[in-house]
Design a protein around this ligand. Structure first.
Ligand SMILES: *Cc1c(COP(=O)(O)O)cnc(C)c1O
Length: 264
């Protein structure tokens, strides 16, 4: 069946009959649309300012280093993409969870002694954002809550609140290299907590958790029996002298959904 074709079933005809009681157009935005707010986009896309011609502007961009030509992909990546487009072999539907070879490549890249990952454990998504969306909505129900770091990346709130899931914040401690306030984290957990989001390395703090600290976070999750969504989009992207460990490499007991991507 070609994509985009719609079959109208007999039931749908009945449904349409009911609609005949409507007298005029009255289309209201859905709950999902009304609840979804992206605070970054809200600021950036509604900004209406012009630069002061007397001053030199320092462009900080919106966190996209490619605007200034930085972080260019290596030749091998560019070649592989061009080759796969030219081959005409990959311009149709793939499996909804991603192509087997690609999932296997991610599994091989991610596996470590503490966490052996197989292709079946990997789902390829459209960016880390969609992975987070799937994790949040796979674990959380309307009326439940998820715990997110403060300060933290605002997308968690956008996604959760759109789905009617409440956001509860746990604090990071600036005096302790932005580590998690573990007592605060534990206090926030209640019977309706569907997941804890752990973002390491952190945006916006730039901090990287030690293995000991990750273990301490896992201890809280284990005591309270709450699964973890790990936002690890900045994996291995750390300053000299720091070591990154994936939180999944430290536990085989606690359910952990790890999200990453190619963007950063
Ligand atoms: C940018 C970012 C994401 C989203 O990644 P995409 O691959 O661009 O969708 C998720 N989490 C954090 C912390 C980010 O900074």
């Amino acid at each position: 069946m070609p994509s985009g074709m719609l079959y109208i079933s007999p039931q749908l005809h009945d449904f349409q009959d009911e609609f005949r009681t409507r007298r005029s157009w009255n289309i209201t935005p859905s709950q999902l649309a009304t609840r979804s707010l992206n605070v970054i986009r809200d600021i950036v896309e509604n900004m209406n300012i012009s630069s002061n011609p007397k001053k030199h502007m320092i462009p900080l961009s919106i966190g996209d280093p490619t605007i200034f030509g930085n972080l260019q992909p290596c030749e091998e990546i560019v070649e592989a993409i061009v080759e796969s487009v030219r081959s005409m072999k990959f311009n149709g539907y793939a499996e909804s969870t991603g192509m087997e070879e690609a999932r296997q490549a991610v599994a091989t890249y991610t596996s470590c002694s503490g966490a052996i990952i197989q292709a079946k454990d990997v789902i390829l998504t459209s960016g880390c954002s969609q992975a987070l969306d799937m994790c949040i909505t796979a674990l959380g129900n309307t009326g439940q809550n998820i715990l997110v770091p403060r300060p933290g990346f605002p997308l968690y709130r956008t996604l959760a609140e759109g789905a009617g899931i409440e956001i509860k914040y746990y604090n990071l401690v600036p005096e302790q290299k932005w580590e998690v306030d573990l007592a605060d984290l534990e206090n926030q957990i209640d019977d309706s907590t569907a997941a804890i989001i752990v973002n390491n390395p952190s945006n916006p703090c730039g901090s990287v958790f030690s293995r000991n600290h990750l273990q301490a976070i896992l201890d809280v999750a284990a005591r309270k029996l709450v699964p973890i969504i790990a936002d690890e989009i900045y994996e291995h992207f750390v300053f000299p002298g720091y070591n990154y460990s994936s939180i999944a490499s430290l536990s085989t007991e606690i359910p952990i959904l790890s999200c990453s991507g190619l963007t950063k």
